[in-house]
Design a protein around this ligand. Structure first.
Ligand SMILES: Cc1ncc(COP(=O)(O)O)c(C=O)c1O
Length: 464
């Protein structure tokens, strides 16, 4: 055998043994989820520190690296893929998306250009189109696949900034914002901080926005909107991170459109209600907007990281995002980097394609409906036991107060350390609350009953 061939064989063997170790470790991890605590215990977190020492002088066998990671890293992870993680609005990764993510890593594709990955570019385009259809957005809407809703807000708002300033005779990509005509940005008082961060990065300012008051559920008040015109970016929200409430798009959008304003929707999770005939009434009116930001790593359970920026005006999105260089060969196909801030990036569109292909339209509707039923069961169980549910449970979000702020915080801390389930805190309209966000495809009725029983026990045992 030629020496060159020998080397290739051993490189190939090391890749395969690392992957086999990862497959076995992943299976062991999934099998541990029913019996391990959702949050890692302090001993596991302490043991994990062994991975954080100085960089060794010598090499380590790749399979041994994976074994170490699995042995010391796995137990220190939060069991977000269990059915009893109810924190933030996350949890769950569909099997097809999870496995596709391994394949994508094995393929090592760079999703910037068609020429670098025909499969990555084509499946991303298909997945964007499937998403557009599931969300009930206008035909012809363009989209980019980014890391999450924060970047999706940023990307869509960059397109808005481009178009509004272009209409005023200003080329913002070429000349920046120094001396540019002023734009007005209108947001609800309950806008997610990531939307404000995106505005800040775009030079539109977090503080100089016009904030519209909201009602008891956190919905923008249509009767309190300021004057809107063609220099205005109006940011609506579909799905409040705490209450799950939707801004009244149907009441707001027609007049905003006639005024020439650019309407942007932060629909990180709420927009997916469109996929269910039972919940699609909640998103009525949002389809009239110009741009939408959403997450596929939230309700569709695609795994991290995956968000989408969708924009009706293709040319505005491309003008804000695309870049050219002689060495970046272009084709007659859609070039993925024309639609996102990044040039090089992982082919996360393939994972999105795989997850949506697994679900089909019926599967996506089922996730929405099942998780909303679970949320209502939590709310009913807590209310029946005498605890105050602070929001109208219109979606998959429940806010509960167990009494005083101190008592609610004590119950949350005890739940988190006991490990049956995991919920986080928030403050809702001045009141400390526990957030229950049911987002995972894997959560069963039994998970809900087990978690509810522990919540009620700790709340009853806690004084105050
Ligand atoms: C309404 C809303 N917008 C934006 C975000 C930010 O999403 P991401 O963390 O994926 O960037 C969230 C996260 O929960 C959200 O609920």
């Amino acid at each position: 055998m030629l020496p060159q061939m020998k080397r290739e064989r051993s490189e190939q063997a090391s890749r395969i043994s690392a992957l086999r170790q990862a497959a076995q470790s992943a299976v062991d991890y999934l099998e541990s989820l029913d019996t391990r605590p959702v949050a890692p215990g302090p001993e596991s977190v302490a043991a994990m520190r062994a991975l954080c020492g100085p960089l060794p002088e010598g090499k380590t066998d790749p399979a041994e690296v994976v074994r170490l990671l699995s042995e010391l890293g796995g137990p220190a992870s939060m069991a977000i893929s269990s059915g009893r993680f109810f924190g933030f609005v996350i949890g769950g990764c569909l099997p097809a998306a999870m496995a596709a993510s391994w394949l994508v890593s094995t393929w090592d594709q760079n999703a910037g250009l068609w020429v670098a990955t025909p499969v990555g570019a084509a499946l991303e385009e298909t997945a964007v189109e499937w998403t557009r259809e599931l969300l009930g957005l206008p035909e012809g809407t363009a989209g980019g696949v980014v890391t999450g809703a924060t970047l999706a807000n940023f990307t869509a708002l960059a397109a808005a900034r481009h178009r509004l300033l272009e209409r005023l005779g200003w080329d913002v990509e070429a000349d920046g914002l120094f001396g540019a005509p002023e734009l007005k940005v209108v947001v609800g008082d309950e806008a997610h901080p990531s939307l404000l961060k995106s505005l800040a990065i775009l030079g539109l300012g977090k503080k100089r926005v016009v904030r519209v008051p909201v009602d008891r559920q956190g919905r923008m008040r249509a009767d309190a909107l300021p004057h809107l015109d063609d220099r205005t970016i109006l940011c609506l929200q579909a799905g409040n991170v705490n209450s799950g409430a939707f801004d009244p798009a149907a009441a707001i959008c027609p007049a905003a459109r006639s005024a020439g304003a650019w309407i942007h929707v932060d629909g990180a999770f709420g927009l997916w209600a469109a996929a269910s005939p039972k919940y699609s009434h909640l998103v009525k009116g949002f389809e009239q907007a110009d741009s939408w930001a959403t997450d596929a790593h939230k309700w569709p359970n695609i795994g991290y990281d995956c968000g989408l920026a969708l924009v009706r005006d293709h040319a505005a999105l491309r003008a804000a995002m695309s870049l050219r260089a002689a060495y970046l060969e272009r084709t007659e196909h859609r070039e993925p980097s024309d639609y996102t801030p990044e040039l090089s990036r992982r082919a996360r569109g393939v994972e999105l394609w795989a997850g949506l292909r697994q679900l089909g339209k019926a599967g996506m509707a089922e996730i929405v409906e099942r998780t909303c039923v679970h949320a209502r069961r939590f709310a009913e169980g807590l209310r029946t036991a005498g605890f105050e549910v602070l929001n109208e449970v219109v979606l998959n979000q429940v806010l509960v107060s167990f009494g005083t702020a101190e008592k609610t915080s004590r119950v949350i801390a005890r739940l988190q350390s006991e490990g049956t389930c995991w919920c986080g805190p928030t403050v809702w309209q001045g009141k400390t609350a526990m957030r229950i966000s049911v987002s995972s495809w894997v959560t069963t009725e039994e998970d809900v009953e087990r978690s509810l029983a522990v919540m009620l026990r700790f709340a009853k045992e806690s004084s105050g």
